[in-house]
Design a protein around this ligand. Structure first.
Ligand code: FES
Ligand code: FES
Length: 195
C-alpha cells in the first residue's frame, strides 16, 4: 500500500484542480474568440415584431434601435443615463435604452415611440395630449417624455402636479416645456379615467 504523504496529497489536489480548471480556461478562450469576432446573434422583439440581428455584444438597445432597426424615434441625448431622451418600455416599464444592452433585452417586449399609435394610425392619448397642450418646442426630448409619461400614468404616479414632476424628473427638456408637459399628462390622465 503506497504511503500517503503531504506531498502526494498536494500533487493529487493539483491534478484535480487542473482537470477542473481546464474547461474553464477553454470557456474563457472561447469567450475571447467570440469577442474577437466582434458579433453575436441577437433577437429583439420590438413593437410586436421579432428582429434577428448580428451585433457587437456591447451594443445598447438604443444603438440597436437607431442604427440597426432604423427606429430613430428614441433619441440619443447624453448616452449616459442622465437625460431620458432614450426612454423606451421594456415589458411595460420605462427603461433608459442607452444603459441597457441589447443582448440582455432578448426575450423581452420592447416598445418604442413608433409603436405607441394604434394600428390604424390614431394617436395614443398621450401623444394627442402633448399636441393639444403644445408640450414641446424643438421636440428632441419629446419621444422620451411621452414614453415616460405613459408609464407615469400607468404606474399611478400622476395624482398631483408634484407627483408628476417627481416621477418625470428623469426626463430633461432643454426648451423648458415642463409646465405644458405636466398639463399634457393631466389631460391624458383624465382621458384614461373617463375611458
Ligand atoms: Fe439615455 Fe440620455 S440618452 S439617458
Ligand atoms: Fe426641446 Fe424638450 S422640447 S428639449
Amino acid at each position: 500500500m503506497p504511503t500517503v504523504t503531504r506531498r502526494t496529497v498536494l500533487t493529487a489536489g493539483a491534478a484535480v484542480a487542473g482537470v477542473a480548471l481546464d474547461p474553464l480556461m477553454a470557456r474563457e478562450g472561447a469567450g475571447q474568440a467570440s469577442a474577437a469576432t466582434g458579433s453575436a446573434p441577437i433577437t429583439l422583439r420590438v413593437n410586436g415584431k421579432s428582429h434577428q440581428l448580428v451585433l457587437d455584444p456591447r451594443t445598447t438597445v438604443l444603438d440597436a434601435l437607431r442604427d440597426h432597426l432604423h427606429l430613430t424615434g428614441s433619441k440619443k441625448g447624453c448616452d449616459q443615463g442622465q437625460c431620458g431622451a432614450c426612454t423606451v418600455h421594456i415589458n411595460g416599464e420605462r427603461v433608459l435604452s442607452c444603459l441597457t444592452l441589447a443582448i440582455a433585452a432578448q426575450g423581452q417586449r420592447i416598445e418604442t415611440i413608433e409603436g405607441l399609435a394604434a394600428a390604424d394610425g390614431s394617436l395614443h392619448p398621450m401623444q394627442k395630449a402633448f399636441i393639444d397642450q403644445d408640450a414641446f418646442q424643438c421636440g428632441y426630448c419629446t419621444p422620451g417624455q411621452i414614453m415616460s409619461a405613459v408609464a407615469c400614468v400607468a404606474e399611478g404616479h400622476c395624482g398631483s402636479d408634484a407627483d408628476i414632476q417627481e416621477y418625470m424628473s428623469g426626463n430633461l427638456c432643454r426648451c423648458g416645456a415642463y409646465p405644458k408637459i405636466v398639463a399634457a399628462i393631466k389631460q391624458a390622465r383624465g382621458q384614461r379615467e373617463n375611458s
